[in-house]
Design a protein around this ligand. Structure first.
Ligand SMILES: [Zn+2]
Length: 310
């Protein structure tokens, strides 16, 4: 009896085992099927992954592009901020030397034979012509031995073009100026022959021509091979110059031309020293005395043993 019971139990166990086996085969939960399922799952996973990747890619595409644009715009804004106000200096150098000037020297610095810095070629009537620009036409031909620039006055300004031509040329060719540093004389030539161009214009025109540099209607700029002087500044000068419009005009002319020769900005080396020409003196002279001649630049350039800025 016991043997029978054991046999029956054994059969039941075998039956149960077989039933589970068959059933599991049918239910696809055996090893192979699991692998298949796994493959399916992997396939599903892959497809999910692909979908996810696509989503990610799509997301990256949609998020990256705007963020790139954003950062580009931010970069532009930052650059624009950095480029204020005279707009074109890249780095700010610090002068390791300080130059001081007596009152007498300051007065002499404003005397340039043949021109009046105070008068500034401002006349009573505007030049009534239809064209926007009056181009100063000189008989000079292009000369490789010289620096050749063109000169244009916006016609709606009360500026005498031939006076202005003499004004700029006299400053640039003065022995205290850039001519001594670059070792060449300056001359006005026709627009299409020029190495660079000088304009004097209304604030709105300055903003247009200086763009993307932000001159905000109040600053002048050097943009590429063009210098655009702001007539508003020509008349108004700048805060730290007080009533000394002569020094301001001298500074304005020479500072922008300095950029044309690759000079960046510098700062005030010490209180009551002369402000370096390439300091942004329109903003502030920072405790320095306003100055319009490239004195620091001349020492830096001519005496290479003097380890100064640039
Ligand atoms: Zn500048």
């Amino acid at each position: 009896m016991e043997k029978r019971k054991t046999l029956l139990l054994f059969n039941i166990l075998i039956f149960t085992f077989l039933s589970i086996f068959v059933l599991s085969e049918k239910l696809n939960i055996s090893g192979n099927t699991i692998i298949d399922n796994n493959e399916e799952i992997i396939a599903v996973d892959n497809s999910v992954d692909i979908t996810d990747n696509e989503k990610v890619i799509t997301n990256i595409t949609t998020t990256t592009v705007p963020s790139l644009q954003d950062s580009y715009e931010e970069e532009m804004e930052t650059n624009i901020n950095f480029q204020l106000p005279d707009s074109d200096g890249v780095d700010i150098y610090t002068s390791k030397i300080s130059i001081y000037s007596t009152e007498e020297q300051t007065i002499l610095s404003k005397i340039i034979p043949g021109i009046s810095l105070e008068q500034g070629c401002v006349i009573e009537n505007i030049n009534e012509i239809e064209n926007q620009w009056i181009n100063v036409l000189e008989a000079n031909v292009y000369n490789e031995e010289k620096i050749n620039f063109s000169l244009s006055v916006e016609s709606s300004l009360p500026i005498d073009p031939s006076c202005f031509s003499n004004f700029i040329t006299s400053i640039l060719n003065d022995k205290r100026g850039w001519t001594t540093i670059v070792g060449k004389e300056f001359q006005v030539v026709n627009y299409y022959d020029a190495d660079f161009h000088i304009f004097i214009a209304n604030p709105d025109t300055v903003d247009e021509m200086c763009f993307p540099l932000q001159t905000n209607g109040i600053y002048s700029c050097r943009n590429g091979n063009q210098i655009i002087y702001n007539y508003f500044r020509w008349l108004a000068g700048a805060k730290d110059f007080g009533l000394d419009i002569a020094t301001y005009r001298l500074y304005l002319i020479n500072h922008e031309v300095g950029h044309m020769f690759g000079w960046g900005h510098t700062d005030c080396p010490s209180q009551n020293a002369l402000a370096p020409l390439m300091m942004q003196q329109s903003k502030t002279t920072g405790g320095c005395i306003p100055n319009g001649w490239p004195i620091y630049e001349r020492i830096t350039y001519l005496y290479e043993s003097v380890d100064n800025f640039k």
